[in-house]
Design a protein. Sequence first.
Lengths: 417, 113, 991
Amino acid sequence: MRRYSVFAVAREAMRAHKGWEAQWASPEPRSAYDVIIVGAGGHGLGAAYYLAKEHGITNVAVIEKGWLGGGNTGRNTTIIRSNYLYEESMDIYEHSLKLWEGLSQDLNYNVMYSPRGVMMLSHNTHDMQSFKRHINANRLYGIDNEWLTPEQAKAFVPPLDIAKTARYPINGAALQRRGGTARHDAVAWGYARAASDRGVHIIQNCEVTGIRRGPNGDVLGVETSKGFIGAKKIGVSAAGHSSVVMEMAGVRVPLHSTPLQALVSEPLKPIFPCVVMSNTVHAYISQSDKGELVIGAGTDQYNSYSQTGGLQIITHTLDAICELFPMFRRVKMMRQWGGITDNTPDRSPIQGVTPVPGLFVNCGWGTGGFKATPGSANLFAHLIAKGEPHRLAAGLNLDRFRTGRLIDEAAAAAVAH
Amino acid sequence: MLLIHCPYCEEDRSELEFRWAGEAHIARPENISAISDEEFAEYFFLRNNEKGLTYERWRHIHGCGRFFNAARDTVSDRFLMTYKAGMPKQMLPETGASEETVETYEATEGDAR
Amino acid sequence: MSTSSNSGTFRIKGAGRLTPARTARFTFDGKSYTALEGDTVASALLAHGVHLLGRSFKYHRPRGILSAGPEEPNALIDVSRDAARRQPNVRATVQEVFDGAKIASQNRWPSLKFDVGAINNLFSPFFAAGFYYKTFMWPREAWVKIYEPFIRRAAGLGVAPTEEDPDHYANRYAHCDVLVAGAGVAGLTAALSAAATGQSVFLVDEQPEVGGALHYDTATTIDGQNGYDWAQATAARLKAMPNVTVLTRTTVFGYYNHGFLGLVERVTDHVAKPGKDLPRERLWQVRAKKVVLATGSIERHMVFANNDRPGIMLASAARTFLNHHGVAVGRQVGIYTAHDSAYETAFDLKRAGVSIAAIVDCRADPGEALLAEARGLGISVLSGHSVTDTGGRLRISSMTVARNGGGDARKIAVDALIVSAGWTPSVHLFSQSRGKLRFDDVNQRFLPNIYAQDCVSVGGCNGTDDLAELIDEAIAAGGGSFALSGENRFEWTGGMIGAAEGAGPDTTVKAFVDFQHDVTAKDIRLAVREGMHSIEHIKRFTTNGMASDQGKLSNMHGLAIAAEMLDRPIPQVGLTTFRAPYTPVTYGTLVGHSRGELFDPARKTPMHALEAGEGAEFEDVGNWKRAWYYPKRGEDMLAAVNRECRTVREVAGVFNGSTLGKIEVVGPDAAQFLNLIYTNAWGSLKPGKSRYGIMTREDGFVYDDGVVGRLAEDRFHVTTTTGGAPRVLHHMEDYLQTEFPHLRVWLTSTTEQWAVIAVQGPKAREIIQPFVEGVDISNEAFPHMSVAECSVMGVPARLFRVSFTGELGYEINVPADYGPAVWKAIWERAEPMGACLYGTETMHVLRAEKGYIIVGQDTDGTVTPYDAGLGWAVSSKKPDFVGIRGLKRPDLVREGRKQLVGLLTKDPALVLEEGGQIVADPNQAKPMTMLGHVTSAYWSENCGRSIALALVAGGRARIGETLYVPLKDRTIEVEVTDMVFFDKDGGRIHG
């Protein structure tokens, strides 16, 4: 792999960039691999990369129905943070955040991780109690997260309206300074390039249509639109389509897939320095390096694989955005789109072994999968390589739905009284 | 925004009047206190999440207030029928992955497989 | 000077449809200009010979006006009336001039003509597509500190408004049988056809007048009339019909599920002095049974070297400026085309007296008819030639022309260059409706194929080129049947996609595909070389099609260049999906009236105004406004709460409990139903008594709580938490309708029917006694947890003896409308007795002193009744209730679960922080093992010390242990206790 650097770019600039090679190979599939990963999003490509880099397993294929990075990796609002409440969550998201901090250098690909700060707005006593619970838990766990007064919040984000007369006045905010954003496509491409360089096969436009199992029930490989491909181990990391793929092996996972919408504004000169979220009024906003205001909207209420959603979800979100930032009322929405999120009953992910020997699953990241990409991929690789979960991901198992040991981030945050 | 036919009101109404209520035809076990942990997990957590034809419940919460069942294609979001709560599952041809289904990806994919 | 020369020296007398006498003044970058009414900013500036309007995104290249419509990628301007009414990124080709408009160019510093950012153009070899992925990585910190801030500053086009928008926006809903999008020939005809059948019709067009292509295509005749005149007459006819709504200046921006469309109507942006009552824009949300798409086509530019200089313009745009606005785009105009339509423009310009330098046609044989007409007009045609370069700095001054394949190169002086590569059917809305496209190989275009909704495409957007055929198609789409004749000479098919001669694979020239984002043909080739083989990858890598025009001009060219490079047919490379909105939509328009008070209307109790009059501070609880505390003069919150807490326990307090959720549960099987819904047993509860109930879901976690009073064998008055009422009712209805439909029970929400006045404290009985009739409220006759229907001040009431303070207490429910009168009377009696009004904060403190929990504060969704110390409320005798099985799951019965306990700080003066985490060893290394957290913490004036409740792992077994709460700046030592801090034997409640 030719290294990327300012010198390489300068050299290529002298010869019309004719010397760049393909970032990843597009090989025909072999008849069998040691490991097949289903789904070439950030999680799947990353898992392949870490299998090769950290576990020496390079006979790996990542099989993708569409094009790599084309699912939720390329559709999300790129928020990165680790200030979750429960230890199981803090473990994986903080592991991820630490990997984000060195990812560009590790992959030799600028993923533009931008720790510009993620601020969550508190609007009432209940929010304040909940945020301080998070802040205290995070601090004792070694994760940065701090409480700001409304004035401090305003100083950090000048467009914010902190008037006490607002419908939901702001009584403070929680700020994780290491939180921020990254360039979503670059994450997929960077992992694809680095994995491909280590010998991983990335097979795009190849749909998995079945999972073949042996007489003992263990996996033998996958049926695909390009024929059967053998595998000793299979890792499913197919986000909203995970239920469909797991069903092929007769494994049911507690997921429901719903459309999640997002939108961007026309490009504007820098006006919004960080990421701001408000659970109470349901708004998420940041400004991309290109200048677009990137806004996360809510999920539609029903199961769907349609990657579209209702206009009412968008208008509701913009109601909230304009309430928090009245100066944005004349800004224009340039593009709206949808992705399919895979949600678990406790809104925490599932990563672990399955009842089928050799079959591993990584799904249920809901609306928060992007931030987890490096951490999830790294621990998923460990799971596949060792056959058992890493300590940091042990709580994310499927069995928790039997025992009742849920990791209920939503319940811990959202119950109003 | 979906347009939903309430089988009680016998009218097409906007989605804003309705609340989605999860998969249909999941009966609460009669002897619930006696079932195993696995059976409980299956009853309470596991859902089909079909890509294609799905049976689901809706409630006309800002209308007549009634729960009812619907058959819908989760790829096209088209309703195939709605029917009253308590009625048995209405069998319909599987349409999920048929040719007619219009699936929208961000890009249309090449056909050179 | 005549009026016409006043409005611009490029205005051509006798040309166009604007009225020379009606003028408007506006400024552009501070310089004043005169326009004619009906001008766009683009046409008005062109009339004055101004072509330079902006700078591109990346290289800051000078840019002019490319189009005459919403597809404009270059001429983006800032439009303002005043400081607060400023709009960035407006397309000059769409914005109508109004008197007093202040127009400014964007993305330049210090001036449009001299822009420092243009230095980027010199370094452009370095800034190839995706270069930023390959560099700026070393040293690591520099990305955050240097590179990224630099990139961010350079990015963006317009400047966001910095003041709150004073304009308002309106919102309408509508239903119709047929919505027709686009009012050109096809749309007008379809609307006419549908309207004639009596269907309700919406005809929508984004331009100020109907007509579409007839704005520029003056050679079309319909029904024997000039096409444009026919269009206006037809619109007038349609407007007069009661079943038709014609909306102009209105864009169908989104086509959603089940025939739902979003429209934005621009109401005042073209008006000099809008009426104050008028909205700036109006959002229409229309549900149409059928949609007719008549959105026409968009002309493509030619992709060749330096094809972006100001003065280079689409043929249809130049023709619009001439035939509609009466403006010549130059005096010495060159044409570069791969399509017939540019000839029409050349002919019209020539006839209007503009000199045509040459028509350069890259096709070898444009056809004899065109050539003959050109000859007749004295225009020289260079067929089989290409424009290989252009000259000029801030405006085109020359084009370099060469024979295809090279040779015979010469430079020709021009002051404008008209280009056309052909037409792209506008399938955006069809695609948004989730229809599937097919590729028309012959004509190299995507056309509608499989429809996903009840929708039909007609005319240009359906690839129908012949006018007679188009009219028939439109009539059929409308459902009517009549004859309409039409003749034109316009050909929509043909042309080329991809890079033109001279911008081929081996050149290093800048041949722009996407103008706004400065994406060139070589960028697309680079993307392919780097392994980007899906069009979606190419789009994202190069940002082709991601600018504010969303690829209306660039998509097909980009696709063709990629396909050529990949050596694959176009359909195999794919087409990026068109997403809403068709053109950008103002947030304010989507928000409409949902702002301020109407953003999420606050729920207020009947006594709200009285509470405010008594000086209450309010807090938000869910969407309710609740009285929080009642500060007297000079009191801060703590002082007020301390006084209220003391007074309630010493005398009495009056509290507004109206926000509590209330559900009337009625029917012969009501008790049986409640047995299934609550963990408690209800059969033993006698009429006239009430009981505290706990509700779980099937998972066994506490869902809600509240007091339930039995008024009769078959009637219960159920209360819920303030925020929980709607979901509890939904939960109950779910079980009643679908799991237990055999039970004869009816549920009614009565939250807003009852006003609730709580009177708590030793003097509570004395205070309410004189008002109560119909029930003996003596301690003996009406003990704690009694309930009765009676009258209070002559008003029918439900009286509960109940306490959330641990004091003797009553809750009086009266019909909501009587609430204020009863509240006032009670307060007038209570106040002289030394009682106080108290709010939610005091309520919280008093209940915490007694260890009463608040669901949602002391519990979250992971706490069982046993964890909360409420195991006594879970009946062990019932065979079934919702939650019975979930509660027995392994993790819910394991040792060491978090349990609710009391905490007392070793230093009684210290109040813990709610949300503080609890540890056994504060000196352990991070990550620490946390045992739980503080759920409630207050200064208790009545206890003379701080108190707290907490969830602690194995909490009840730790009573007496010392634990620690490490806060940011100090660690607080605490002792684990039981949860009751005041009146431990509970005697006062029975007083």
